[in-house]
Structures are given as C-alpha cells and as structure tokens.
Design a binder for this molecule. Structure first.
Ligand code: ZN
Ligand code: CU
Length: 477
C-alpha cells in the first residue's frame, strides 16, 4: 500500500477548533502522524499548501442502499468529500425483504421488485462486502421494510404476531451490524403504525445499543406533536433519537423553526437527540397529490408514465394538457418531485443550530434529481459558511464529521489524529462550492481536490480514481 504525506495544508480536525498548519501522514490505511513530517522513501507527497485537510464527510441521511451496489464508484458523493454514507433512511431499506411484486411508493425510490432480493439483512451486507464501493456505508434497517416483510396489508397497525416477526427481522439486522432503525411515519406504508408499534421495536434497539432515526409523521402543522412522539420513543426506551431532515413545510408554518428548535433544546437537556438537515429550501420525494397544495412550485424529477416530463414544472405540464395540477400528477405517477415549500430563514436557523448534522437525502436514481444529491456538502462549506457566514469553516466541518461520528458511533472516524482511519477530504477553502442546480442538477462541485477512504485515493483531479476501498461499517465493531 502506498503511503501518502499531505504536506503544508491547514488541518481542520473535526473538533470545531480553528485550523492549524500540519503535515498529515497516511500509512497502511491509517493516519500515522499529524505534525512536521520528514519525506520518506516510497511515500507519495501531495502539496496541500493553501488547502484544508479535513476528516472525510459523513452523509448522515441517504437512500444509497442500492446505489452502492450498482454504482459503486459513488461519484455523486466522493466528489463532495463524502467518505461514509448512512443508508436505509425514512423507513425504507433495501433489506430484509424479498419482493414478489413491485413494492408500493416510496420503495420505488430504492429500486424495483427484482432489487428487493435479500431475505436477511446479513445477505445485503454480504453483497456489499463482496463488491465494495468507493466509500463506507453505515446501514440502518427500515421500519417500513420490516412491515412489508411481515404484513399482508399495510393500512393498519401490526398484529401481535406480525410485530413479533418485525422484531425478529430487526434483531437479525442488529446482529448483522445495523446501526439502528429508521421510520417513515409520514408515508403510506407506515402511516397506520401507532406509536406503540415503534416503541415495541425501540426496546430491542435499547438492548443492542442502537438508535432510532425518523422521518416524522408531520413536518407541517402538527410538527410539535410529531417531535413529541419521536422524543417519547427515545425517552421510554432510553435510546438516542435522530430527527431526519428537519424542516417546516408549507407557508403557514414558515418561521416556526424558532418553536421547534426551542423544543429540541428543552428535550436535549433530558435525553439524547440528534437532527440532520440539507441546505436547500426545497424538498424532494415521490409525487403525491396531497403535497402539491403546500408547495409554491413543483418540479418533476422522474415519471414512469411520462419520462420526458423529468425536469419540468408540474404547472406547465398541467397547462399544456389543459387539466388540473392534481390530474397532471395522476397522469405522471408513479413519479418523483421537488417541492419548493420551505422558508430560507428556517433553513438557515436550522443549519445554524449547533446540534444539526448534515445529511443530503439525495435520491440517486431520479432522472432529474434534487441538486442536494451532488451539492450538499460543498454548499454548506462554500455557500452557507464562506458566503453567508452562518458559521466558521471549522464549525461547518464539525457538523459533517465528529458530530455524526459520535452520534452514530462510528469508531475511529470523523476526526484527524494519529491512529484514526485515513478517511480524508482535501479542499480549497476559497473556491469550494456546489454547482449542481435545480436546472442542471448533476454538476460536480468545485474545489474538492483529493478524497481518501481508508488511506486509498478515491477522488483526485476532478474525477474518481476507480479505487473501491469502502467498507461496510458495523455497529460496535
Ligand atoms: Zn424522509
Ligand atoms: Cu430521506
């Protein structure tokens, strides 16, 4: 294995403390030294003058379960300096489930019937082990997936027998190394699950020392009640809770992040709570008629029945077809969409909250995806830190590295220091910026110079190196 010496850069070590000048030596996949390094025979020196050397970023909220297998280069993430993705969010994980017919939305964000082919969570992890991607994966198991595997019909609470089967699925996933359970109580496959169903599963999480992440039932009018429901799961089972992609949806809720963040602060005094956010005032998921009303504008990201509609505005299509927005949505479905329905001031307030981690929520298979897929991390660094001044660069890096590593229990990652894994992002602090936009969503960011995963270079000279040193991370190991 070639050793590397990253010479003369400004180290931002992930802790939040200011940058300091140091050389970083990479040996055998680990950071061997931080300080003044002598050049050594056989080691490749990389001049990092004027650049920042930071821990690789942790994308705390992804739907990359299948992308890791079919697109192992993962250019959309390593191009941003991301070295670990947390998968299986919003209640939908690729495993454990074998589909006979096409699973209902939002499972179509992950794949089609044939893609759901892992009877056990361990089978999915084994598939990743045998065909590793460029970066690391920290998997969650989805509550909706467990429902799909255990229940005949999803429009009701689970019976005692079904709940026991879900519990077995969860325990198998935890034994295999899952970091916790995710839920998507907002979505139809889980909307009929009562809090007691989650609370029963949470007790199994407690025994394993795992966490609970949730796309809450309501991110609009009922957001405070949904926060209370989520916090109660953690409080009762004594486990950490992560509130996914925290936002306030719909004009009538604009400004209410002052309420929700105060609510977070109060609860955080008594229990372990985390949250993540993406740096945009528009959300993206499947196309649903009930979401259209709350949005100022709706952009189609993919459509099974009208593929050429991807990238176009729903209102434009409705006008062309001479029908209502709802009827146009009907015609497009199954489909995905971007919803412009947040307040920029809320986005900034949530990002600036000290406990907020960064999670892209990128949707890797959309034909015209939300730009968060390619832009999230450079946008926080370049736009929200450098241009807007929401926080220092060291603080931006902390929210992408040590904070999520501690929250998810990713041992030896998220910091720069001797003996830690050499997951590293080298970037130019004066030029780093996202270029992906709502019109042109797949443009790689600028200013991410070198990315290392486990000491191997995966991104350099604005392209993937083709190396695939990524590992499946397993809880407690
Ligand atoms: Zn979600
Ligand atoms: Cu999500």
């Amino acid at each position: 294995m070639t050793d590397f010496i990253l010479c003369g850069g400004e180290v931002i070590d992930g802790s939040g403390k200011p940058p300091f000048r140091a050389d970083v030596t990479i040996r055998e996949g680990l950071i061997a030294a931080v300080g003044k390094c002598e050049s050594r025979a056989g080691a490749r020196e990389i001049d990092c003058t004027g650049k920042v050397v930071a821990p690789g970023f942790i994308d705390t909220h992804t739907h990359d379960d299948r992308a890791l297998l079919v697109n192992p280069e993962m250019a959309m993430k390593i191009s941003q300096g991301v070295t670990t993705v947390v998968t299986g969010n919003c209640g939908i994980s690729l495993a454990p489930f074998v589909a006979k017919t096409a699973p209902p939305p939002p499972f179509d964000l992950l794949g089609e019937a044939d893609d759901f082919c892992y009877p056990r969570f361990a089978d999915y992890l084994a598939a990743l082990d045998s065909s590793p991607p460029s970066l690391n994966a920290a998997p969650l198991v989805g509550h909706s997936t467990l429902r799909l595997a255990a229940m005949e019909a999803l429009d009701r609470p689970a019976s005692t027998v079904e709940l026991a089967a879900m519990g077995e699925g969860l325990e198998e996933a935890l034994r295999a190394g899952a970091f916790g359970l995710s839920s998507g109580l907002y979505y139809p496959p889980a909307a009929c699950a009562p809090p007691s169903e989650i609370e029963a599963l949470a007790r199994l999480l407690a025994r394993a020392g795992a966490l609970y992440a949730t796309h809450m039932r309501d991110e609009g009018k009922g957001v405070l009640a949904s926060l209370d429901e989520s916090f109660a799961v953690g409080r009762k089972a004594k486990i950490p809770v992560v509130i996914s992609h925290h936002k306030l949806a719909g004009r009538e809720n604009f400004g209410r992040s002052t309420q929700t963040l105060a609510h977070f602060e109060k609860a955080m005094g008594a229990q372990e709570i985390g949250l993540d956010a993406y740096p945009y005032a528009a959300s993206s998921t499947i196309l649903q008629e009930d979401r259209i009303g709350a949005a100022e504008k709706v952009l189609v990201t993919w459509s099974k029945s009208v593929p050429e509609a991807a990238g176009r505005e729903l209102s434009e299509l409705a006008r062309e077809w001479g029908i209502s927005l709802e009827a146009a949505a009907q015609r497009l479905k199954p489909a995905g969409a971007i919803y412009f329905m947040m307040d920029e001031a809320d986005v900034r307030r949530i990002l600036a909250f000290p406990q907020t981690m960064i999670g892209s929520d990128g949707l890797p298979f959309d034909s015209h995806p939300h730009p968060r897929l390619w832009g999230t991390f450079p946008r926080v660094l370049g736009h929200y830190s450098r241009e807007v001044g929401l926080f220092s660069l060291a603080e931006a890096v902390r929210r992408m590295t040590s904070l999520p590593a501690a929250r998810f229990g990713l041992k030896g990652r998220g910091s720069i220091g001797p003996g830690l894994f050499a997951d590293i992002a080298v970037f130019d602090p004066s030029s780093v910026i996202d270029r992906a936009s709502f019109d042109d969503p797949c443009r790689p960011a600028l200013g991410i110079e070198h990315v290392f995963v486990g000491g191997r270079p995966v991104w350099s000279e604005e392209r993937p190196t083709g190396e695939r040193p990524g590992r499946v991370l397993r809880r407690g190991r």
